[in-house]
Ligand binder design. Structure first.
Ligand code: T1G
Length: 701
């Protein structure tokens, strides 16, 4: 026993209780405490069986990720699991909350498993770029079969207690008092002289695995596995469970686990795990910051964005006023909402009754006076400052004191919007990413006068609706879109210099982006960017560089706006999203290049990659320098959740640390000298230059 693991006896049943907040992670103290408590129980002649349970919100949630990278300290987790399994007295795990990773492996080392009806079990190691490293790949296939085990380990998703019981992963599901019912269950085991079920004793029949199963599994999961390091090792470890004896299989699992542990992919994914949680920690906010009600929401603008945003709240049971200029506009918006939800009904994700209940939560109105009692209003109309200001003036007149007034603007100055109200402290930016009911990222734009209370309230609301909230200061494009500009700019310039669209897209796809910048433009609509450039040229805030956006602007002028018009940079067959290179566009590019005197040349994949990615990093460094983002890892979370930056590379700033800020700075200087810096595109961020000279990393800030 020790300060986190306690023992007591209930008659002939010994209870080992782990109490190590917040999630009973298997720190060294917990591992050591379990081994000591088990030894005590084994030596106690009055104890005939043992229940292993946890205090607090959950059963063990896994190995302590904070210890990774530190010198391992005995007892190591596989030894702890083996000690439980070797116990001559039955050990029963009593699971509540989530038994995850090493936590579920501990439960697999026990002879029986009892779970509360709301509990879940899982092996999410793959999400950290790992494989289960304490016998999970060897015991789970022996318990539920190879196919179920491989699916569960590869997905990393937890499964509910009842389903786990159906699969044989849990022996008994209880509705009420977990400890009492587990003690009763254990007493019955003793009365019935139930066997000590040790999974290590089971040998899997190789014939139970269908011919070519592993190759078919690889094929079926190719998209999900693309670029990741751990999935292939998961398959190898499970194969070892089938083809080797337990001891050799455990040795093989250990080898593969160590490979994953030291892989750049796992280091990146563990960075992302903590970065996502750090993003929720906002300067000035404490757990005592008062929160406001958010029991009712209103959306001003019921277009694609407004409808998608509204769904986030309705899906959590929050009523939403849908406000637009007329009933026809609202009906168009509601039709999109209905079809989105109906897709869920068709896929069996929700019942008709649930669909009907959801639709009742939408309250259409064209009358601002109906918003008098609403807690939160989100404006989601098109990017026109005058229109937004008019809406906020009207909201300021009708909304109750304390109502939060938010704008979904993706680029405009939130302070300018707040200034037209009498309550700038209640104004905040809530920048959702399209499709707003799907994308996890929510940029929370903190105006100069946004109050801590409003900030704390919307941060909590973000988590409630399943978003990852990241706070941004006010600047053009906030964090994500400001960084996107350089990425898109360079892709367009490289077209004029001779790179083919399909080469640019291939390079960025192979890097791990969901699609390349050119294809992404065609998907989103290249007219969107053209409008922003036009507005900024009008305001004089856009580089006076004719090349920037030239190809896209020409195509938009020809009516080629992307997939939605059947042609953009690529052309698209009717009903297909397959991007087809178009010689007509290639000719246009060459003619424009010739007109501008840009000689065509071969661009290497390396140049394409660094000219797209390094501007992201450079702009990210400027954003940090200006205090627009609180920390480098926040920028990583924005790009992973808003733009699909590959999580196994950790985000742009983590990737910069992986490559080395010094190398990136030197390459930016080379581009400044070779490509020219007339418009400041290759002006290095002072912070990047400083990190390079100090040989430090963004993670050190
Ligand atoms: N180790 C260390 N800290 C952890 C942790 C862990 N495994 N899990 C959570 N925390 C911290 C987290 O950083 C946060 O800290 C607080 O707990 C609350 O977490 C050998 C190798 C359990 C579902 O991958 O999925 O076992 O910010 O905000 O939303 O095979 O945490 O408050 O200071 O997420 O209620 C496998 C990871 C590890 C589970 C709870 N296990 N955790 O979610 O709270 S690898 C996992 C989660 C492994 C073995 C392998 C979630 C949760 P702070 P939270 P939550």
């Amino acid at each position: 026993m020790n300060e986190v693991v306690f023992s007591k006896a209930e008659g002939r049943i010994g209870i080992i209780e782990i109490n190590s907040p917040p999630v009973n992670a298997l720190s060294h103290a917990v591992r050591d405490g379990i081994v000591r408590a088990l030894q005590t129980a084994r030596n106690d002649k009055d104890v005939e069986a043992i229940v292993l349970i946890c205090a607090g919100r959950t059963f063990i949630a896994g190995a302590d990720i904070r210890e990774f990278g530190l010198p391992p300290k005995a007892p190591h987790l596989p030894e702890v699991v083996a000690a439980l399994e070797a116990s001559p007295k039955p050990v029963v795990a009593a699971i509540h909350g989530t038994a995850l990773g090493g936590g579920f492996e501990i439960a697999l080392g026990c002879h029986y498993r009892v779970a509360g009806v709301a509990a879940k079990v899982g092996l999410p190691e793959v999400k950290l770029g790992l494989i289960p490293g304490a016998g999970g790949t060897q015991r789970l296939p022996r318990l539920i079969g190879v196919e179920g085990a491989l699916q569960m380990i590869m997905s990393g998703n937890p499964i509910a207690a009842k389903k786990a019981a159906e699969m044989g992963a849990v022996d008994h599901v209880v509705l009420d008092d977990l400890l009492k019912e587990t003690i009763d269950f254990t007493g019955k085991l003793l009365d019935e002289c139930a066997p000590l079920r040790r999974l290590c004793d089971i040998q899997i029949d190789p014939g139970s695995v269908p011919e070519n199963y592993y190759d078919e599994f690889r094929l079926a999961n190719a998209r999900r596995m693309r670029g990741y390091f751990a999935p292939e090792r998961i398959i190898s470890a499970v194969q070892a469970a089938v083809e080797m004896n337990f001891e050799d299989g455990m040795r093989r699992e250990r080898e593969l686990f160590i490979e994953c542990l030291h892989s750049p992919e796992s280091i990146a994914l563990r960075h992302v795990f903590f970065a996502e949680r750090k993003a929720g920690k906002v300067d000035g906010l404490t757990k005592d910051t008062p929160l406001r009600d958010t029991k009712s929401v209103a959306l001003i603008g019921t277009g694609t964005m407004g409808g998608g945003i509204a769904m986030n709240f309705a899906s959590k049971g929050i009523p939403v006023h849908m406000v637009d200029v007329d009933d026809a506009a609202i009906e168009r918006g509601m039709a999109v909402v209905r079809s989105n939800y109906m897709r869920g009904v068709k896929k069996g994700r929700m019942s008709e009754a649930q669909f009907d209940t959801l639709m009742q939560l939408f309250i259409p109105t064209t009358n601002y006076e109906d918003l008098a009692g609403v807690d939160l209003v989100i404006e989601a109309v098109f990017e026109n400052m005058a229109v937004k200001k008019d809406i906020f003036r009207r909201l300021d007149q009708v909304c109750k004191p304390g109502a939060i007034l938010a704008s979904n603007t993706s680029t405009l100055d939130l302070n300018e919007i707040a200034a037209v109200t009498s309550r700038p402290q209640d104004v905040v930016g809530l920048h959702f990413f399209s499709p707003a009911n799907i994308m996890r990222l929510l940029e929370i734009v903190r105006g100069a006068e946004t109050s801590l209370e409003v900030l704390a309230t919307v941060m909590g609301l973000a988590k409630k609706i399943g978003k990852v909230g990241v706070v941004s200061g006010v600047c053009h494009g906030f964090i994500g879109n400001r960084m996107l500009e350089g990425y898109i700019r360079e892709a367009g310039l490289m077209l004029l210099e001779g790179a083919k669209p399909e080469q640019i897209d291939r390079v960025l796809y192979e890097f791990g982006m969901p699609m390349g910048p050119i294809a992404m433009g065609d998907l989103a609509g290249i007219d969107v960017g053209a409008k922003v450039r036009e507005e900024r040229r009008r305001k004089g805030t856009f580089p006076a560089d004719e090349r920037f956006g030239l190809v896209a602007d020409k195509l938009v002028a020809m009516g080629r706006c992307g997939q939605k018009t059947g042609a953009g940079v690529y052309r698209y067959e009717e009903g297909s999203r397959a991007a087809i290179p178009d010689p007509e566009v290639q000719t246009l590019i060459q003619n424009e290049a010739a007109r501008l005197g840009i000689s065509q040349r071969h661009l290497s994949d390396e140049e394409i990659l660094t000219r797209c990615i390094y501007p992201l990093i450079n702009e990210g460094a400027k954003i940090l320098d200006e205090g627009i983002a609180q920390r480098a890892s926040d920028i990583d979370i924005v790009w992973i959740n808003g733009y699909g930056f590959p999580p196994y590379r950790g985000g742009p700033m983590h990737y910069a640390d992986h490559v080395g800020p010094g190398k990136i700075y030197e390459q930016i200087c080379r581009y400044r000298d070779t490509l020219g810096n007339e418009f400041g595109y290759w002006e290095s961020a002072p912070l990047l230059e400083k990190l390079a000279s100090d040989r430090r990393k963004f993670a050190d800030l």
